[in-house]
Design a protein around this ligand. Structure first.
Ligand code: 0X9
Ligand code: CA
Ligand code: CA
Ligand code: ZN
Length: 424
């Protein structure tokens, strides 16, 4: 058992799967509501003899192995502090990435590496840009895919966004799937080739890199939804999909309480992450005309295609007249037919205020949909379906993603009103 544990941790270190980070005493503070009693793995340096080992064991920590004067221990934060007080250097051994069984998912570093590889392999049609930095300073990648990719051409623009919610990791895989689809099928599949040549495709694969990394820290899931910004009262996290600036906090579709899962933040766009995407979207106004015509914001789970508004149950509301409502519902129905999801107005799920699609539609006129991906029910893994479903459940949205890009020239075509609304 011990030999196995040693062999395993040696293998993990050799494979670069374990990194050592200093213990941050603030993390272990019992006054921090995020603090979890769960024990974690640490490395203790300067463990040279039997007396050292017994002193460490005497704190209650479990010694898993001792190699070259370093002990690998499993300890609660309190035990780790006791070892520190004995004068030893204690280093938190943080397992990186997804739990081994879900290694098929991309963590932040793996996602960035895949995007870099794709950009390098397809330099004429793909660029990896940046939206700026998240609260904790992670780069938020922005992908552009189009012919003549370095030029801003007069082509309908379409936006695919993913991962506003930390634990919805399947959405990052969805974005990576779209990157591969549009780049690898270019010049092979005539439909993809036509789209890449006639559209400017923007992909934001990771709206919440801090939350996403936090959700898998220690090689375990933490059921985390929000970003990682301090929220007050010792709590962390703003619900990014309640932080957008249209009807912010209007309608009990979000919470003013810092500890809440749907905390909307102190004001609209208080989160750096929503600011970054807002500023990018606003930068796509050319001569006062928003270039982005259509968008999908990927979430999990429930297998739904949702359209605005989320803040009200009424099908029509300011900015959303009958023709617009019919266009959303008809296009939503077409998209849902292609992937087998259920189409409905966003508020039929429950009222949400300050969501991205309400803002995109009401302030920018973007035909914006929320997709709630696989699974349809919690018994199939909820927010954490196994990695074995990634290929099928991302490819399931191939057709809907392509259809949306095709309709980006004039969504009103779905109700036959292109002459009226999209005269050329
Ligand atoms: O509550 C949300 O933000 C989304 N559901 S999730 O389980 N992924 O958190 C639904 C949002 C749908 N409503 C709007 N987009 N308005
Ligand atoms: Ca182009
Ligand atoms: Ca353009
Ligand atoms: Zn979500």
């Amino acid at each position: 058992m011990l030999a196995l544990a040693v062999a395993r941790s040696v293998a993990l270190v050799a494979a670069g799967l374990v990194t050592l980070v200093a213990v941050n005493p603030a993390d272990a503070s019992p006054t921090n509501p995020e603090y979890s009693q769960n024990s974690a793995s640490y490395v203790v340096a300067g463990v040279n003899d039997y007396a050292d080992r017994n002193r460490i064991g005497g704190t209650g920590a479990a010694i898993d192995s001792v190699v070259n004067g370093r002990a690998n221990v499993t300890a609660t934060p309190e035990e780790a502090r006791r070892i520190q007080r004995l004068g030893y250097r204690v280093i938190r051994a943080q397992t990186e990435g997804f739990p081994a069984a879900d290694a098929g998912y991309h963590d932040y570093a793996e996602m960035m590496a895949e995007l870099d590889r794709a950009a390098k392999a397809h330099p004429t049609i793909m660029r990896k840009l940046s939206l700026g930095k998240s609260y904790e300073g992670r780069d938020m990648p922005l992908i552009k895919i189009s012919d003549n990719v370095t030029e801003d051409e007069d082509e309908p623009e379409v936006l695919y966004g993913a991962h506003q919610h930390a634990r919805e990791h399947l959405t990052v895989e969805m974005a990576l799937y779209l990157v591969r689809l549009f780049t690898e099928q270019y010049g092979k599949d005539p439909r993809i080739t036509r789209l890449v040549n006639s559209r400017e495709i923007w992909i934001v694969p990771d709206m919440n890199p801090d939350g996403g990394e936090y959700d898998i820290v220690g090689g375990q899931y933490h059921n985390w939804r929000k970003n990682r910004q301090p929220a007050g009262d010792g709590y962390r996290g703003v619900d990014l999909n309640r932080n957008w600036g249209y009807k912010f906090g209007c309608c009990q579709g979000s919470s003013p309480v810092a500890s809440s899962e749907t905390y909307h933040g102190p004001r609209a766009f208080s989160a750096p992450e929503t600011q970054r995407l807002r500023d990018f979207v606003l930068s796509r106004r050319v001569g006062g005309v928003q270039q982005i015509r259509a968008a999908i914001d990927f979430h999990t789970y429930s297998e739904l295609v949702l359209w605005p508004y989320g803040y009200t149950e009424r099908p029509s509301a300011p900015g959303l007249g009958q023709d617009q409502q019919r266009t959303f519902a008809t296009l939503g129905g077409i998209l849902a037919k292609s992937n087998g999801y259920t189409p409905e107005q966003s508020s039929s799920l429950y009222i949400t205020d300050g969501s991205i699609i309400d803002w995109l539609w009401a302030t920018q006129g973007v035909w914006a949909f929320t997709f709630e991906m696989y699974p349809g029910s919690p018994d199939k893994g909820g927010f954490y379906p196994p990695a074995s479903v990634i290929a099928e459940q991302t490819a399931r949205n191939r057709e809907a993603s392509l259809l949306l890009a095709e309709y980006a020239d004039c969504a009103y075509r779905v109700i036959g009103k292109q002459q009226q609304y999209c005269p050329r």
